[in-house]
Ligand binder design. Structure first.
Ligand SMILES: Cc1ncc(COP(=O)(O)O)c(C=O)c1O
Length: 237
């Protein structure tokens, strides 16, 4: 083990860009597909959910916006409460605030620094609509009791798996447990595109809601393209 003096010099992240990144960027530029559409995005939206073990994924411009559209797609709004662990990156709580809902912070478990599942019962109220689980530093949250609790109280489970690309819980990848899961591809994440995010789900209707909301509520069919029936966001990658 390194001495504490050298430990203090370990960077939080150092992007590891020594593969074919430049070749792909050149190829994208040559193709003129340089924003929010094109073969690389389609491939990523197909292959990343398949890797996690889910059917659908829609890219966003970062992990924070993936969380925001996930909460909106879950129907979270003013007056609702969403349970989350107190030890996380601020984006998890902000995304709840963007919906006008109230974040209800639970203590972290001293063993893995994730949500302490033994405190869930005391935190639930008639206003509680969802649990936003975070797998902090890649450590999986103990999902079995969370899912059991959520089904008993009829709560929507969203996973913030921003820091947990490739982490497993009982043989399944993090991000495959919630009704929606969110990832970040910021430069210090296990996979990066500089800035980026993705919201994943197995549910066809939720998938439609996610890609509708993240694309300024443009109708999903092409027939009446400039008709916007609710407020959406430009969160395209
Ligand atoms: C746990 C967690 N949630 C959300 C985010 C937000 O992701 P982004 O920075 O891509 O908006 C991050 C990281 O950056 C994170 O670590």
């Amino acid at each position: 083990m390194a001495a504490s003096t050298s430990l203090s010099k370990i960077p939080v992240c150092q992007p590891f860009l020594n593969g074919r990144e430049l070749e792909y960027v050149r190829d994208a530029v040559d193709s003129t597909w340089i924003s929010s559409q094109g073969k690389y995005l389609e491939r990523f939206e197909r292959e990343f959910p398949a890797y996690v073990g889910l059917k659908h994924g829609t890219c966003t411009c970062n992990g924070t916006t993936a969380l925001h559209v996930a909460l909106r797609a879950a129907g979270i709004g003013p007056g609702d409460e969403v349970i989350l662990p107190s030890f996380t990156m601020i984006a998890t709580a902000f995304a709840i605030c963007y919906c006008g809902a109230t974040p209800v912070l639970l203590d972290a478990n001293p063993d893995d620094w994730n949500l302490d599942v033994s405190t869930l019962e005391a935190a639930v109220s008639p206003k509680t609509k969802a649990i936003l689980v975070v797998h902090i530093y890649g450590h999986p949250t103990d999902m079995d009791p969370v899912l059991e609790f959520a089904s008993r109280h009829n709560l929507f489970v969203i996973e913030d798996a921003a820091e947990a690309i490739g982490s497993e819980y009982k043989g399944r990848l993090c991000g495959s447990f919630g009704r929606i899961s969110c990832f970040s591809f910021f430069a210090n994440k296990n996979i990066t595109c500089g800035e980026g995010g993705m919201a994943l789900t197995n549910d066809d209707l939720l998938y439609d809601r996610l890609r509708y909301l993240k694309n300024l509520s443009f109708p999903l069919g092409k027939s009446r393209e400039y008709v916007h029936e609710e407020i959406g966001y430009n969160y395209r990658m």
